[in-house]
Design a protein around this ligand. Sequence first.
Ligand code: AMP
Ligand code: ZN
Length: 461
Amino acid sequence: MPLNLYDTYKRKLVTIEPIEKGKIGFYSCGPTVYDFVHIGNLRTYIFNDTLKRALKYLGYKVKHIMNITDVGHLVSDEDAGEDKLEKGAKREGKTVWEVARYYTKFFLADIEALNIEMPEVMPRATETIPEMIEIVKILLEKGAAYETDEAIYFDISKFPDYEKLTGQKFKDKKQGARDEVVTDPQKKNPADFALWFKTVGRFKEHTMHWSSPWGEGFPGWHIECSAMSRKFLGQPFDLHTSAIDHTKVHHPNEIAQSEAAYGIPLANYWVHAEFLLVDGHKMSKSLGNLFRLSDLEEKSFSPLDFRYLTLTAHYRNKLNFTWEGLKAASAAHANLRNLVSELNEPAEPDEKYLNEFRLHLENDLNTAEALAVLWKLIKSPEIASGVKRATVNEMDKVLGLNLAGLKPEVLSPEIAELVERRDFARQSRDWKKSDELRRNLEAQGFSVEDGPQGTKVRKNS
Ligand code: AMP
Ligand code: ZN
């Protein structure tokens, strides 16, 4: 079965048919680097990575682009509020450039810790300004955009599919009907969105600005993705992803401006991942439930425990994060690592299991079912140890859990001595001492099992 994914705008499962045989051009919206990324963002980046790995596993050569937004993303996606980078700079008493550099560094560290493969290109918005200006120029020439004293806007009335894409009706809306949106009195329709902001009025002090045919200014957020995807993948390209929050504003805007400028689609397939919730709620600073990867690590969970947790849910389902859920995922993950570490050197992989695994990937990237196949394999009494090892290595190319090459734990001399002393205490039926030594080992991060060969310890991951 070829790869099927759910396309949000076609509203159905579609079979991916690449533009160029055997190759996939793939673009994902990246972070706005004005603050730390949270585990919700990271769920989406793991989804992108797993999809990329699955495509490669299924035989495609993938070119993956994920941008870094370091200018132009206003606090509201609808052109209101401050630029997030300027806001971050004020908050921290740094320059916008410093803020961008600082949070990009942390973002890249999280990506690495989660075993997310680096995209082939990670363009920064600030390095792609000429390409953005080029699209805005074409839109103005074609009459799909217009200039006011404050900005250049895309005229949504020139893109007939706009309402269908956003799922909203705009005709009846009066300008300024939404108080919180700062409106430009020269805007034709309140839903027209900015392609370029001039450094005048509320943006007079904007630090980042570039020369353009319309004076000094800076790009709107949506035009960034249109320009960066086109620059590195051409237009149309195959696949565009991010999380579900971008289906109503950001992506319709990308589609409208790119299609209006060039008369061809931007991307052939649009796939969106569902949100991560925390204790059933949307994450927010005010609720105190906005966690970073480092918050998980502080509680002794590994980044790959979190990756494992995200793989247990289908990307189109909400993932409700709880500490109990993470604890359970971490225990299962530790168990898996221990079982894999004891397998023999790889022999030939088992094609039957790999086939089943592959079918689940092809069926809308069902990682939860794919993971279940891995467990079934590990527990199967009929499959030889080395065959299991080889099959796990193959599956891990997609799961990205770093299972390949795991070896049984070599204990430090101190721990080995505690184990020896505990075995002696048990042989001497000194249960008090034996319990004390168990607690000591557990306090040092080991789980302790009593087997026929004596005490067996495993480092908790
Ligand atoms: P942003 O920096 O706000 O544009 O978000 C970066 C990425 O994370 C985007 O692809 C968002 O769609 C995604 N995202 C934001 N919040 C969540 C969440 N709670 N769960 C999953 N993905 C999210
Ligand atoms: Zn984007």
